[in-house]
Design a protein around this ligand. Sequence first.
Ligand SMILES: [Zn+2]
Length: 355
Amino acid sequence: MSDKKDNIIACSECFKDAAFKYMISLYGGLDNTTQCPHCGKYNGSKLDLTSLLYVMQLFFVNGTVHRTEYGGAPILQMNDCRAYEDIESISADLNDDCRLLYQMTGWCVFFYGPRLCMVGFNDILDDLRSDRINEAINVILSSYPVVIMDKSLYYYRLRLNPKNPDDVNEYDTPPATISRTSYGRLDSQDNNLIYLSSDLETCIHECRATVEDNIYVASLKVKKDLRLLDLTAYFDEKCTEFESVRLAVHQLFLASSHSYEISRQLANAIRDKGYDGVVYPSYFSHIRNGNDPFVDYYGGLSYFVYDEHYAEASQIRNYAIFGFPIQEGKLEVVSVNRIRIKQVKYDMILCPNIE
Ligand SMILES: [Zn+2]
């Protein structure tokens, strides 16, 4: 304990910006018997250097991520090899805090010009958004491996407010005869499929379920060998992020509904190749596992492209199975249960207000 006290370099009371003080209060230690070596107060949340740098990273870097059409990047960045300069678009109080942080840590916060691969500059993404889309889709199809769906796992399929929750057909693909106004990331009027996940919380996110919904979940098992194209697989590409097929697919599935025209064409092509379905990364992967795909670069290099373990851990797998797999005997509903959301917890960052 005495070692920890000796290592304290600052407390929440040292700083002016209310949001930054709040972030320190989340990660600092509240020991009212210890005096802050900088401001001399006893009542602040106190931090050592490592924790202070972590709070700076969360607040200034993770907190200022700006999502672009594909990808995204933090607006501010920090390092220990620049001289301090004021930042124009943040408040005077926060600039004072940044100056003090620089004096305390040697780390400087600055406006970041991201590598363009972080914000969607990629040859495959360019082609997917052009009349060369079919060529790009063929590259994706030939790059990723086939997997056989694991028969030992449960796969979950959620329904919100189903009319007949005990009817297993409620959990199959909606009949093509039902006219629908909206489709998801991969399905369309001429490509019927169901979405599954082996992670129940991901299903809750994907369905945008709220406490007001009557939520039912079907647990399904695979009955036949189902061949899926695995868009979550890692392979060493021996190229830069600007040519990376994996980074293109990653950013495609992190993009919101403006990207659906492309992902639906990709799904059609996968079906037309004879696959039973596709494994793809959940849009909510980073919300589920806490990684930040728009920040996880080191020296501008993407962890996702170059670090297999990171890539593996950063993706929650979802499954789309073509056709009407329950009716076709490919999947079996082994139980149907109601879900009641008991509590929801958030892990939030307060962020600088950049004008
Ligand atoms: Zn202090």
